[in-house]
Write a new protein. Structure first.
Length: 94
């Protein structure tokens, strides 16, 4: 997968803020060395799930729309991982 950038607008910025997550943290989690990606096709179109850790050590789940042909993806939401997600992420990142 060639993810090159993230797409932002006022709506997704406000949405992640409700989860107390910043744009910077999303970038750190998605493009960090320990990022783990999974496809979620439970919706009509596939979604890309990014599990990662911020520089401050927060474990985040970022949900992205399917990347465009240029490699950019719209950020649908971002939130702290649940305990179960964090344990699965740590196991996958080994």
């Amino acid at each position: 997968m060639d993810l090159t950038g993230l797409l932002w607008d006022e709506a997704n910025q406000a949405h992640i803020a409700r989860h107390e997550v910043t744009e910077r943290e999303v970038v750190e989690a998605v493009f960090g060395a320990g990022a783990v990606f999974a496809l979620d096709d439970s919706h009509r179109r596939g979604r890309l799930l990014a599990f990662g850790t911020t520089a401050a050590g927060r474990h985040l789940l970022v949900v992205l729309d399917e990347p465009t042909s240029s490699g950019t993806a719209y950020v649908l939401t971002a939130r702290p991982m649940t305990t179960k997600e964090r344990l699965e992420y740590e196991e996958a990142a080994k």
